[in-house]
Design a protein around this ligand. Structure first.
Ligand code: DHB
Length: 395
């Protein structure tokens, strides 16, 4: 016997995109079911970037999804771009009247899960989506295997793939699980968490002859830092002393405060946009639709922008029988997606040292950095993109 669950919107993935979508739909009176193959504990431990755009914070606070972001998060009014031993501040409010917030993604996840469960949201952990069927019909289905290994299906008016970069839903939309525009990079980030006081009040994005480093924070006693490494690097291959030596060498002109390193990971770099974002009644959001390299922390912010748009489109379809907004979702979402792709690629290419870079390449890169920091127009573009373009809601 195959169990059949019926709902209005079936959401695959209890990451920030899927959870926020259920929250926005519920505010419109639209019921949904979320499934995720991971447990709640695994989801809440996900280590990702820590920067929220102003618009993301507005959505989280104005809809009641997270009050904690304003209490436990930290407003950042700028970043430092560091090169040739000097730091150059980009003053966000002064340039564009907006800021960003340092509030790690797993904290957003804890808030969203707690908010949704308190509201009675049906979230099924440990349930695997095998595939999505009947995208072209008015009753698409998710074929599932539940936590006990039993087969089942969820039949809905709309299915949303919020299931990350290894999306299962993507195949139903693009015809293949990999179909998309794709770019790889010849480097990765070595990320650490350490017990130490902050080395700086704001984030430092540093370009040095040794490669890139990013100095970020988590709290008064825990810091997050990254440095450019080989994509094949083994996180366990370096001693703590070697890691500190690498980090210090990549921020010339400043000295980092060191402390015990208790977490290390290697983050692969990819740029990806699925060829299609929606087919019939199945749509993709967040990492299922696109991946950006981490420089500039656009990943979760872009997912939030997708979800705000898609929630409007689903509301029009299910409450007003207006299919137009869903028909326009891919086109409207793509505009921001490609702007964010460009920004993430640009920050990455401007700040990292590509293997085999020539003297010309290095000097040109410093020229590019100077063109940004010594020009109000240059600084304003960076500030505008980093703090996030205004969220579109009209479709
Ligand atoms: C962090 C990560 C990023 O990719 C970034 O651009 C800024 C901050 C972070 O983890 O704190």
């Amino acid at each position: 016997m195959t169990e059949t669950v019926r709902t209005r919107v079936a959401i695959i993935g209890a990451g920030p995109a899927g959870l926020l979508l259920s929250h926005l739909l519920a505010a419109d009176g639209i019921e949904s079911v979320i499934i995720d193959q991971r447990s709640r504990e695994e989801i809440e431990k996900t280590i990702r970037a820590g920067i929220l755009e102003q618009g993301t914070v507005d959505v989280l606070t104005q809809t009641g999804a997270s009050e904690r972001v304003l209490i436990d998060g930290h407003r950042h009014d700028g970043i430092e771009l560091r090169f040739q031993g000097e730091g150059h501040r980009i003053d966000f409010p002064g340039l564009v009247g907006r800021s960003v917030w340092l509030y790690p993604q797993h904290e957003v996840l804890k808030d969203l899960i707690a908010t949704r469960l308190a509201a009675g949201q049906d979230i099924r952990f440990g349930v695997t989506a095998e595939r999505v069927e009947d995208a072209g019909s008015t009753q698409p289905r998710v074929i599932i295997t539940d936590a006990a290994g039993a087969a089942g299906e969820i039949v809905a008016d709309v299915v949303v793939g919020a299931d990350g970069s290894r999306s299962v839903a993507r195949a139903a939309v693009t015809g293949s699980s990999t179909g998309g525009y794709f770019r790889e990079y010849p480097f990765a980030w070595f990320g650490i968490l350490c017990e130490a006081p902050p080395s700086s009040d704001e984030l430092i994005y540093s370009n040095s002859p040794e490669g890139f480093a990013l100095i970020s924070q988590r709290s008064a006693t825990v810091q997050r830092m990254y440095f450019q490494c080989d994509p094949e690097a083994d996180p366990e291959a370096f001693s703590e002393a070697e890691l500190w030596e690498k980090l210090q060498a990549r921020v010339p002109g400043t000295t980092l405060k060191e402390g015990p390193i208790f977490q290390r990971d290697v983050l692969r770099f990819r740029s990806f946009v699925a060829h299609e974002l929606r087919r019939g009644r199945v749509a993709l959001v967040g990492d299922a639709a696109h991946t950006v390299p981490p420089t500039g922390a656009k990943g979760m912010n872009l997912a939030v922008a997708d979800v705000v748009l898609l929630s409007r489109a689903i509301d029009a379809l299910l409450q007003r029988h207006d299919e137009g907004p869903l028909d326009r979702y891919a086109e409207v979402a793509s505009r921001r997606i490609w702007k964010a792709q460009h920004f993430s690629w640009w920050m990455t290419s401007m700040l990292h040292v590509a293997p085999g870079a020539s003297d010309f390449d290095r000097r040109r890169q410093v020229g590019e950095l100077r063109s940004v920091v010594e020009s109000e127009a240059g600084r304003t573009y960076l500030a505008e993109a980093y703090t996030g373009w205004p969220l579109e809601t009209a479709l």
